[in-house]
Ligand binder design. Structure first.
Ligand code: PLP
Length: 378
């Protein structure tokens, strides 16, 4: 119908994170628990919102373009990252994006476009790497993970690196800890990353760093071909504002700056990220609660014999249905949704975000109800 469009785009469907508009959720509780996108259950505290509102009224000129260089925000991010390093990091090591999604796209544009490269991912993992690559016509090579530990199949990955040609693999994406499975990189996996050639860009996505407190940022100085991604969408409670950042060697950062849109981050989002970092002590006080709620969820879900539940070092829990129920995964998630618990059904399992205490109570109750319903219906 639209003959001017790229033919490969016709087969794609647009990405939708929340699936609230379908019939099941219309029947669902009027205020469902959004435990499907790993946001913080807590909004910004009122005093921080007031601070931002004040900035909007008194400091932000709505008629002016944003600070396209993100100077003040980059400095504040560099100071925050320095805390994990014990030495000061220069803002030249930081690039800021409209969510880390934008940074992923910029990385792909800078490395693989024009048929020059493919990317490697280990599934199940964050879906945006493959989705963004495909929209740019970049080939995606997928390898698997251990069914028990979710460790990357390194033999398959190594083989893919050696055998993929025309174009070769230029970028390897790993998540630390991985989504949806919640496991951090093992020493063996990190050793493998060390062993990769300088011809390959290694992207380590640390979206859940504040929950795991595991970071490879100290290694960046020795690895100009490594880049770390972080986001304000999770622990910093700013998913509404779309702010992510990349940390890497200044030469790599400069390339990201070349390909991004000039005013990629609205002034209000820059202010929000700056305020969140300035008040990080207050915001990050919620982390121990989320960690202990995660352990409470895991402990309770583990008592349900029909479920297989994995440990997690992020703000979500990954589980699978036992063999007899596994074929019913989709309908299981639909049932949860009807009871008002929205989860992500992915990789053959279910990823549940750790919510507030009340939300987690409802999660456990609704899992119990759906499991009982399935048992009764057999
Ligand atoms: C949530 C998440 C992000 C965040 O993306 P934004 O675009 O910054 O909201 C990035 N990577 C992973 C693995 C995530 O789970």
């Amino acid at each position: 119908m639209l003959p001017f469009l790229r033919s490969d785009l016709v087969q794609f469907t647009a990405y939708t994170a929340h699936t609230e508009d379908d019939a099941a959720s219309q029947q669902a509780a009027s205020q469902p628990d959004h435990l499907d996108t790993n946001e913080s259950p807590f909004d910004l505290p009122g005093d921080l919102k007031q601070k931002l509102a004040w900035a909007y009224q008194h400091e932000i000129a709505a008629n002016r373009y944003p600070d396209g260089g993100h100077g003040k925000l980059k400095q504040t991010i560099a100071d925050y990252v320095s805390e994990s390093l014990n030495l000061p990091l220069e803002p030249a090591w930081i690039s800021v994006g409209n969510g880390s999604d934008e940074l992923i796209r910029s990385l792909l544009i800078a490395t693989c476009l024009k048929g020059e490269g493919a990317i490697l991912v280990a599934e199940p993992t964050f879906s945006m790497y493959a989705i963004l690559a495909q929209t740019l016509g970049i080939p995606v090579v997928k390898v698997g993970r251990s069914a028990t530990t979710f460790a990357i199949d390194l033999a398959a990955a190594q083989q893919a690196l050696q055998e993929t040609q025309n174009p070769p693999i230029r970028v390897v994406f790993v998540v630390h800890p991985n989504s949806p499975t919640g496991n951090g990189l093992t020493e063996t996996e990190i050793d493998w990353l060390h062993s990769l050639s300088d011809n390959i860009l290694v992207v380590i996505d640390e979206a859940y760093f504040e929950f795991s407190q595991q970071t490879l940022v100290a290694e960046l100085a020795q690895h100009p071909n490594w880049m770390i991604l972080r986001t304000f969408s999770k622990a910093f409670r700013l998913a509404a504002h779309r702010v992510g950042y990349a940390i890497g060697h200044p030469a790599l950062i400069q390339t990201l700056e070349k390909v991004r849109l000039p005013y990629n981050l609205p002034t209000f989002s820059q202010s929000a990220a700056w305020v969140a970092l300035s008040e990080r002590q207050q915001l990050l006080e919620a982390i121990p609660l989320i960690q202990s709620e995660r352990e409470r969820l895991i402990a309770h879900l583990t008592t349900f014999a029909e479920l297989e539940v994995w440990p997690s070092c992020a703000n979500f829990v990954y589980l699978k249905l036992g063999q007899t129920m596994a074929p019913d995964l989709t309908s299981f998630c639909q049932q949860l949704k009807q009871l008002g618990t929205l989860v992500r059904c992915t990789g053959g399992g279910i990823r549940v975000t750790v919510g507030s205490v009340e939300e987690n109570d409802r999660t456990l109750q609704n899992f119990r109800s759906v499991l009982d319903w399935f048992k009764g219906s057999v």
